[in-house]
Design a protein around this ligand. Structure first.
Ligand SMILES: Nc1ncnc2c1ncn2[C@@H]1O[C@H](COP(=O)(O)OP(=O)(O)OP(=O)(O)O)[C@@H](O)[C@H]1O
Length: 716
């Protein structure tokens, strides 16, 4: 047996079998598939004319051997005369035979593929070649009636069609199962050339590979003048996920890194339209690392107080108009995060728009520079006076509502005013301590004023009276939103966070535990702000220097910072209109107190304690004040305060002893009792050493004083 392949012999054998069938029996016990095939035997038509044509051309040579046979001679002569017509007929017949032979081979292949992949025997197969005749253009395979073809079988069949009939960059074989007609249809379909850019292709491939969207489709949304793609639209099937800010943020990041840095140096940003089932990626200038407070009126709307540049060059603003659905503003930021600068930005913007304000600054170092600024009613530092102010503000709100009712006017017709409470927990801590350790008169007064109750009312009701609240805290807490009263949370709808939030904080601020967790704290003034569309966005807060003109402050500023302050000064100071004598009197008295403090006030000069010197000179007083030293205030003994429910085991806190003195203790354990909605009802701090443990109970709004500043989320 020779192992050398002989293609000519192979072809001849195959052609013989095609024409006359296989006469050889099964060899070596092999099982042959001898079911009747739907492919008929190939019968060539060309020999019918090819043989006579050959004889006709060859007849002059045959004449000699036919001498003496007149009939044969006559037939050969006549045949010779028809040689050309016979040749002309033979050529197309041969071409047709070749084509039919090819088509039969295809049908045979398809027949065996269908048998192998589906187990069915086709009843009829037709195969049509392309115009050139070399490749198959279309095939139709009729299956037995009711033949079931499972998806896997169809897939297997498609794969074998693809490998047998190939494909190229410009065309492919597609297989379709027409179950109604029991047919398999194979079509040679042209492939449109892929003109997509590498970026579009990689976005599409990545989205196809990930399972974040179903049916994602990336198309080009915008192209710049030089033909560079500058925007993509990603269509997807609508889903619950697509509406979640946390999900959107993650997808934004992933898409931006997949799209890679753009040739223009600009950054990718994403606008979401989940209700319409698509998002648009577009380019924006990179988020600035610092934005000085612009001197021009950035937003012409006098009820919009701008304060930051958000991603995608958006101007973030606090809408203080009566129609605003986010009337009050909450700013959360750790020490040094830039909270005070945001407050200064908002208040200077308010002043240049004719809106006056009153501030409460229990730390005495945050808002003091604004004292005397045009539009500033007063800055209150003392905790008891702050409680009086909150109550007076409540009275003002009631008086304003009565005025609106009596005069039959709209709330929007009343002049606006802003009340700022900075470092709210410190203020609460001071109120809490006064209520516990103050003298009887103070305790009674504080009880009557009930500043926390008044504040909770204001949060819900002040909006329609033209009063806007601005609350500054170091960390978010549910108690800020009025505890059980859910409305208050909506009222503090304008929210800004600086630095990094805890998981709970993020959920409280942004309704998503992932937002605001990875802010670049190396950039001062970087944070998250709520866009007017209700979505939180990255934002760079504008830098507004301390507006204090006291030489000690002013001389520290650079020329450009001084120019900002000068440029922001309103031409006309906003007027302060009070509808209640209580608030008017309070502000008057506060101003008088401030004036007196400025002219008569004195603070003790610093005492410098020498390092390691035991003699008397080690303690030197630079200058003794002639007046007797004021009693040190109880309130000033703590550096910070946080909600009791935020205290963690092992933390050092300040607790009042029997004499009303704050003493540092380490918390052993914290028990927080929560209501059905997860709201804090009561917090118990367990402190003490050895077996002697003390349980200190705090209510929902209880705060705990700290010996050091709270550094949760503090900047790098
Ligand atoms: N938006 C900003 N752009 C640039 N720098 C800023 C910005 N905000 C704050 N800074 C820088 O950070 C410093 C601290 O800012 P700021 O005093 O406003 O923080 P804070 O949150 O009020 O801190 P604290 O609560 O301790 O007073 C500023 O002196 C300034 O140098």
């Amino acid at each position: 047996m020779s192992g050398t392949p002989d293609p000519l012999k192979d072809w001849a054998v195959a052609a013989w079998r095609d024409m006359f069938g296989d006469t050889t029996g099964p060899r070596g016990g092999q099982v042959r598939d001898d079911r009747p095939t739907g492919v008929r035997r190939f019968v060539p038509a060309s020999p019918l004319t090819a043989v006579p044509a050959a004889v006709a051309f060859y007849s002059p040579n045959l004449v000699a051997s036919a001498t003496g046979n007149a009939t044969a001679l006559d037939a050969l002569t006549q045949l010779h005369d028809y040689r050309w017509p016979l040749a002309v007929v033979t050529v197309p017949l041969i071409a047709a035979d070749i084509s039919r032979y090819r088509a039969r081979r295809w049908r045979q292949m398809l027949d065996s593929m269908v048998r192998q992949s589906t187990g069915h025997l086709p009843t009829k197969i037709t195969a049509t070649p392309t115009a050139g005749g070399r490749t198959m253009r279309r095939a139709r395979i009729t299956m037995p009636r009711g033949a079931v073809i499972r998806p896997k079988q169809l897939e297997e069949f498609s794969r074998s069609v693809e490998s047998a009939f190939g494909g190229s960059e410009s065309w492919a074989m597609t297989v379709r199962h027409d179950a109604r007609r029991d047919r398999l249809v194979i079509t040679r379909t042209p492939i449109a050339p892929d003109t997509r850019s590498e970026r579009q292709k990689s976005l599409q491939a990545a989205l196809d590979g990930a399972s974040i969207f179903s049916g994602p489709k990336v198309t080009v949304d915008s192209i710049d003048d030089s033909g560079i793609e500058t925007g993509y639209r990603v269509g997807f099937e609508k889903s619950m996920n697509a509406g979640s800010p946390g999900f959107q943020m993650k997808v934004d990041e992933a898409l931006a890194s997949l799209a890679g840095p753009h040739e223009s140096g600009r950054n990718w940003t994403t606008d979401w339209y989940p209700e319409r089932g698509y998002l648009v990626m577009r380019l924006v200038t990179a988020m600035p690392t610092r934005v000085d407070h612009p001197l021009e009126l950035v937003d012409e709307n006098l009820r919009h107080l701008p304060y930051a540049t958000g991603s995608a060059d958006r101007i973030m603003f606090w809408d203080v108009s009566t129609s605003s659905n986010k009337p009050h503003c909450l700013i959360v930021g750790p020490t040094g995060g830039g909270k005070t600068s945001v407050i200064r930005t908002l208040l200077t913007e308010a002043a240049r728009r004719g809106i006056p304000f009153v501030g409460v600054d229990p730390k005495m170092i945050e808002l003091d520079g604004l004292e005397g600024y045009p539009g500033c009613g007063a800055i209150i530092y003392d905790a008891l006076r702050a409680a009086m102010f909150v109550r007076a503000l409540h009275t003002e709100m009631m008086a304003r509502n009565a005025y609106i009712h009596q005069m039959k006017i709209e709330g929007s017709q009343l002049p606006l005013m802003i009340a700022v409470l900075d470092e709210f927990f410190i203020l609460s801590g001071k109120w809490q301590r006064l209520a516990k350790t103050g003298d009887d008169e103070t305790k009674a007064l504080l009880k009557e004023l009930d500043p926390l109750g008044a504040w909770a009312d204001l949060a819900v009701l002040a909006r329609s009276a033209g009063i806007r609240l601005l609350l500054g805290v170091q960390r978010p807490d549910a108690s800020l939103f009025g505890g059980a009263s859910g409305n208050a949370r909506d009222n503090f709808g304008t929210r800004i966070s600086l630095g990094n939030l805890s998981q709970d904080g993020a959920l409280m601020m942004w309704g998503d535990s992932t937002v605001g967790r990875e802010v670049d704290t190396s950039v001062k003034g970087r944070g998250i702000a709520l866009g007017d569309d209700g979505n939180p966005v990255d934002a760079q807060m504008w830098w507004t220097p301390n507006v204090d003109k006291h030489p000690n402050k002013w001389n520290q500023l650079s020329g450009s910072e001084k120019a900002i302050i000068e440029g922001l000064l309103p031409v006309e100071a906003p007027q302060f209109t009070c509808y209640s004598p209580e608030l008017a009197e309070f502000i008057e008295s506060e101003r008088a107190l401030a004036k007196r403090a400025r002219s008569h006030g004195s603070v003790p000069e610093p005492i410098v304690i020498g390092a390691g010197r035991g003699d008397e000179a080690a303690v030197s007083m630079a200058k003794r004040v002639p007046e007797p030293e004021p009693e040190p205030e109880l309130d000033d003994d703590f550096a910070d305060a946080i909600p009791a429910s935020s205290v963690t085991a092992g933390q050092t806190v300040l607790i009042d002893d029997e004499d009303g003195e704050l003493v540092p203790v380490t918390v052993d354990d914290v028990e927080v009792r929560r209501g059905r909605k997860g709201e804090v009802i009561e917090t118990v701090l367990i402190v003490g050493t050895g077996r002697v443990k003390t349980r200190i109970v705090f209510d929902a709004t209880g705060v705990v004083a700290l010996p050091d500043p709270d550094l949760v989320g503090a900047c790098a």
